[in-house]
Design a protein around this ligand. Structure first.
Ligand SMILES: [Cu+2]
Length: 190
């Protein structure tokens, strides 16, 4: 084994990367970037479209009707390693609720709802096993489009729903599969 210290190695990798970039070559992957992969190809981060605008549509001056929005999580299921994130890109009137490991859509009590606020649809408010709930979209009108990033520290299979009742009933939910971090590097760096 080389006696090169971690600090020296990072310096070398950094210098090589700079040279490669200057030559227009593919830069050397930095030590920190290698943490984005656990050796099995599982990423630390995934991105999910949480609702989407249909086309043709012109939102420039006029608020779109509810029918202009596609109610789906795309992709439905993502896989990340423990200590990773999912970036939810939210388009339209939606609300993220994340439920703990093992929760199934059938476990959600759709009779527990936020108080009526016509003409907006009611939202599921089942706190059982809920480990994250995003911003209330009703408070954000008319600027609904946003990003919410959720950190998943522990392995498991997490149910992610849109709590807007008619959306959930249409099947607007998905899963995050969080795999153990086999090399332990994320923990070691804390
Ligand atoms: Cu929704």
């Amino acid at each position: 084994m080389s006696k090169t210290t971690r600090r020296e190695m990072l310096k070398k990798v950094g210098a090589a990367g700079t040279v490669a970039a200057g030559l227009g070559l593919v830069p050397v992957v930095s030590k920190s970037a290698s943490l984005d992969n656990d050796g099995n190809g599982t990423p630390r981060s995934a991105t999910v479209s949480f609702g989407a605008w249909k086309t043709p549509l012109d939102r420039f001056t006029t608020a779109p009707p509810p029918s202009a929005n596609h109610h789906e999580l795309i992709p439905t299921t993502v896989e990340i390693q423990a200590g990773g994130t999912v970036n939810y890109i939210i388009s339209g009137l939606h609300n993220i609720a994340v439920y703990d490991d093992g929760t199934q859509p059938g476990d959600i009590d759709i009779h527990l709802l936020t108080p009526p606020a016509p003409p907006l649809p009611r939202q599921i408010d089942d706190p059982n096993g809920r480990i994250y709930r995003g911003l209330d979209p009703r408070a954000l009108l008319p600027t609904l489009d946003r990003v919410e990033v959720v950190y998943f520290e522990h392995p498991g299979t997490y149910l992610v729903i849109c709590s807007v009742l008619p959306h959930f009933l249409e099947g607007m939910f998905g899963f995050v599969s969080v795999l153990p971090n086999s090399n332990g590097t994320v923990k070691a760096l804390r």
